[in-house]
Design a protein around this ligand. Sequence first.
Ligand code: ADP
Ligand code: ZN
Ligand code: ZN
Length: 806
Amino acid sequence: MFVRVVIPIPSPKTFIYAVPAESAAFVAIGKRVVVPFGAKRLTGWITELPTETSDIHNIKEIIAIPDAETLFSEEELVFFEWISNYYLHPLGMVLAEALPGGINASSQSWLRLVPGALRGPKTLNKTQETMLGLLASAPQGLSLKSLCRKIEKKDIHREVRALEEAGLVASEEITSHPAILPKQEKWLGIKQKPPANLKLTEKQTALLAILTEKEEMPAFELPQNMRSLSFLGNLAAKGVIRLYEQEVFREYLPAEELPDDKDKIILNKDQSAALAEIIKGLSSRQFSPYLLHGVTGSGKTEIYLRAMEKVLQSEGSALYLVPEIALTAQLLRRVKSRFPEEKIAVLHSGIPNNTRYDQWRKIKSGEIRLIVGARSAIFAPAQNLRLIVVDEEHDPSYKQDDRLHYNGRDLALYRGKKTGAVVVLGSATPGIQTYFYAQAGIYRYLSLPKRVNSRPLPQVEIVDMRNERDNGGHMPIFSRRLIVALEETLSAQKQALIFLNRRGFHTYVFCPACGHVFKCPACDLALTYHASLDVLKCHHCDFTAKTQKTCPVCGSLRIHSQGAGTERVAEEAKRLFPTAVIARIDSDTSTRRGASEKTLTAFAKGDINILVGTQIITKGLDFPGITTVGVIAADSSLNVPDFRAAERTFQILSQVAGRGGRGDQPGVVVIQTFTPCHHSIIRAQQHDYPGFYKDELPTRRELNYPPFSRLIGLHFSSLNEEKGKKTVARIGTAARKLAISFAGGKTDIIGPAEAPLHRLRGRYRWQMLVRGRDGVVLRQFAQKLLEEIKSEGLEIRVDVDPVHFM
Ligand code: ADP
Ligand code: ZN
Ligand code: ZN
């Protein structure tokens, strides 16, 4: 019998293996197998059985089938195959991304000196001599990897083969064990009442007394002196108790629960209408996509929770996606307090692998039916999936930008279609594309135009920073208007949020005498000054340098810094309001585990007066104490080379404004900008989504950007600028030529051009966009192009439906 196996390697090929007779009964689609692959052993997955082959002689046998269970069903395989096709990414790599990490076995080559081997007449080269020297001082041998590292070479296969042929070195494959296994715990239980004639010690009698009460229990709950294996084993041998292993569930739960407010909430008219529609979709048992367009604070979350309740009542499971890990904690508390009896899984990259694995297993067995998580949770093996909520569907964090470049929102729609589930895309500021599809009737449009309890949306004021100067004639960080608003907030004992898209102290440091800017040597980006550590940092590769007092170019002693980051803004706020409690959240502060969660909790309690932060604070926070929101530089998201810059700016401003005035007090939002007339800023001020859409759509149509076309991005990078540039230019020419002939010329090419961040982590980067109306034709085009071009050392990443253009 032969089966088809997929292996996680960067190639679309699949492989045929023979099944040894004794394993034939255990094969199934979705099972993990260990197979020989070249000189290695790798873990793969069975995707087809049985299968035919004509090439019987070259077929190797499967080494092992480690699990009793399958890792995916045939239905899920269809999902994974679709992803592989759609994102032009090898199926094996898709599976490696989608299945829980850490459970795969692989093997390593291990090298040893052959003891007592004699050197023949053949001379060895310098590298080979060095290798022999290193191996001679390592009696256990060395892995191929560490040997490579020690001699600083990437590929030493030829050298290894030469040494093997000379009989001096032997290599073998050693299988490394999977890092993650189910966790077992020792348990004990009563087997039978001890017969009357059995003599028991005092300690044994005491144990039986405990056990009679509990019937069964984990051994670690026994008093210390009763836990020893010899003591328990002795009683087990007498047939009085039984010892067994039980799997432990490694769970992830929030620290505090919130009191549930369901009984206090009576849905308003708009909410009831929206929920009724969603319930209709649930009862139809057919794919039903909705756009829930509700202004900030309109009670969208409440609708999700009630839809989830409905699903749980009918034995289905529900997936609740949020864009940011930092948000899952707050949300999780809300979900947990609404469904206190329900087991809830939390899936995102911040959860330890072993906990993720345990949750994954319980989801697969159907024991867990409620899943909260970031984009990767879309791969959860939910059984009888009836509902997928994609909250803040417009958020760019749903797009993954390395390995598999997928979008969690789009996968939700596809998965819903396949399983006949309801998909709710929720947002106050839907993506232009999403709104376009809703207008076209592809998604049903549900609207919550008002905040709950007739709370008004906050009043938004625009401050033209071109007219602001402080007493010394300098550009201030805080406008006069924002300072007044903050003074009022503090004296009314309310809270304020200050948003800025840049972390650090100053954005760049330079020498005014010669114009020299301190840059990252690997990324060609200006370094940012961090006062708390007194260092300069690169925000892309984390390169860190000591601050310098003199200019390395002209020796001038007058080093200046320009522009403000969050750290500088927080410091300025402290100077202006010395008695206020001020805190900061950005990716610098959130590297410490749980630090931003702690800050948010303190803010929720009212222990912090002013919170300064980046993107994270614009998303989904529901704090009724906030009355003032300040935006320091609205333009920072506008002046980027991205056709969605205006859309993103409108979204960020509306979202951050939406954090204000959620309690009984109305809110005020102050937006500081140098381009006060831009439509994204004015429409955000007016809380006018349809207006913004009307402004924006004609530009998209004119320039033929989505939703009027589809895009595939090709990202190229190289260590060598000159060579890379030439190869990229050649690829560009080939692409244009192919575009003319392919499928009647329906595809066009934008670029290739240098990426906005031309140098990143030591690599030079270019990008090219392939554009077409029909997604299928466009993918075929990209595939054909990729087959035709020679990469010549260039690294190429394929990005279907690109979101980020840096
Ligand atoms: P959104 O997700 O749209 O920003 P939320 O669902 O977080 O809004 O709701 C904001 C607040 O209003 C929450 O504290 C929620 O409990 C409350 N809320 C929701 N619906 C109602 C309602 N119908 N009546 C009163 N309060 C409500
Ligand atoms: Zn200088
Ligand atoms: Zn860098």
